[in-house]
Design a binder for this molecule. Structure first.
Ligand SMILES: C=C1C[C@]23C[C@H]1CC[C@H]2[C@]1(C)CCC[C@@](C)(C(=O)O)[C@H]1[C@@H]3C(=O)O
Ligand code: AKG
Ligand code: FE2
Length: 379
């Protein structure tokens, strides 16, 4: 059984405020061009022994769920797909989807434009620099946010809104921050996010069916989602056994649709050991996050995962983090609460959990528990 994010916790102290960096740990700027070739790894990027990776973790066989029949409206195929989704979510919260309806050329363009962006000189990328406390923008190495256990990655995150009358938020973001020459890149990611939102709503139907809730319940909850798109770029690292591309965590969001390139590096903690999820360019990796765990009253668990790096080549992943409209109350449907299944988490708004991860707490394997403590302390 996967180590789910709640049971995995040691006895939890009250939530710790964000770690403050000591004066002598002045933030360094993470320039991939430079650090990738250095064999001496700055101390801030070296993880403690108990968290150092096994870069050759055994592969986890994950079900490949064919969505073709479901997407073409076949009710029998829909039932079969929702059964497979439910089984995977009972086991470890991860599954792969194929015949997902996302245009192959769009995926290829999204990867190609990632190369274009991350290969820019650092000064160019810093035109989209993420601001403290905000989740959008370019971040290299997170030196401004954390002072130890820094992830070996650069990221570019931006918001997507599925709301009917919302403008082309993604396209406008790139035009505003990077200028006219990024119009085509902005269009590709606008189209990519729209296809991710459509795929997410289909998966929400399957999740609703697998939980014995109406097909429409979760779909309607996320119809006007306010989601986060994140591009992860992991430069090569000369000591991949000392560092982590992304540290162990459960996604605080609702559903993650991840596209890995062909390099591989995603690992999931299942049955008390780290297992790798092999890359499959035809598939998306899907996992539920903390907010969906609260929405389904803990029936399915948000699962612990991380990303390792390698010394040979860079690795890229595109993660679409489905999230509800910020002011919507996250509360489970009545069908999932009864005397045998009492409420596990308090009602909350996604905006509050997002603020907690951006300003007060580094998302890890116990975010939801620490968030619950923090909410109660605020009362
Ligand atoms: C709401 C979010 C916070 C993070 C990006 C999205 C969903 C995943 C979160 C994250 C990746 C979990 C691991 C730690 C983190 C700091 C990171 O490595 O990037 C998290 C993201 C974040 O806070 O920026
Ligand atoms: O890059 C990966 O494979 C995983 C990234 C991840 O878990 C995240 O960004 O939340
Ligand atoms: Fe994640």
């Amino acid at each position: 059984m996967a180590i789910d994010c709640i049971k995995a916790m040691p006895s939890i102290p009250q939530h710790h405020p964000k770690e403050e960096c000591k004066d002598d740990q002045k933030p360094i700027v993470f320039d991939a061009r430079v650090l990738s070739y250095q064999s001496s790894i700055p101390q801030q990027f070296i993880w403690p022994d108990h968290e150092k990776p096994n870069v050759n973790a055994p592969e986890l066989p994950v079900p490949l769920i064919d969505m073709g029949g479901f997407l073409s409206g076949d009710p029998v195929a829909a039932m079969e797909a929702s059964k497979l989704v439910g089984e995977a979510c009972q086991k470890h919260g991860f599954f792969l989807v194929v015949n997902h309806g996302v245009d192959r050329q769009l995926i290829a363009d999204a990867h190609r434009y990632m190369d274009n962006f991350f290969e820019l000189p650092l000064s160019e990328k810093q035109r989209a620099q993420r601001k403290i406390g905000e989740h959008c923008g370019y971040a290299s190495s997170f030196t401004g946010r954390f002072c130890s256990k820094l992830p070996w990655k650069e990221t570019l995150s931006f918001s997507y809104s599925a709301e009917e009358n919302s403008a082309k938020l993604v396209q406008d973001y790139f035009h505003k921050t990077m200028g006219e020459s990024f119009a085509e890149l902005g269009k590709v990611y606008q189209d990519y996010c729209e296809s991710m939102s459509t795929l997410s709503l289909g998966i929400m139907e399957l999740l609703g069916m697998s939980l014995g809730v109406s097909k429409a319940h979760f779909r309607e909850f996320f119809e006007d989602n306010d989601s986060i798109m994140r591009l992860n770029y992991y430069p090569p690292c000369q000591k991949p056994d000392l560092t982590l591309g992304t540290g162990p965590h459960c996604d605080p969001t609702s559903l993650t649709i991840l596209h890995q390139d062909r390099v591989g590096g995603l690992q999931v903690f299942v049955d008390n050991e780290w297992r790798s999820i092999s890359p499959n360019f035809e598939a998306f990796v899907v996992n539920i996050g903390d907010t969906f765990m609260a929405l389904c009253n803990g029936r399915y668990k948000s699962c612990l995962h991380r990303a390792v790096v390698n010394s040979e080549t860079q690795r890229k992943s595109l993660a679409f983090f489905l999230s509800p409209k910020s002011d919507k109350m996250v509360t489970p449907p009545t069908e999932l609460v009864d005397s045998c299944n009492p409420r596990i988490y308090p009602d909350f708004k996604w905006a509050t959990l997002l603020e907690f991860t951006q300003k007060h707490y580094r998302a890890d394997m116990k975010t939801l528990e620490m968030f619950t403590n923090w909410l109660q302390q605020r009362k």
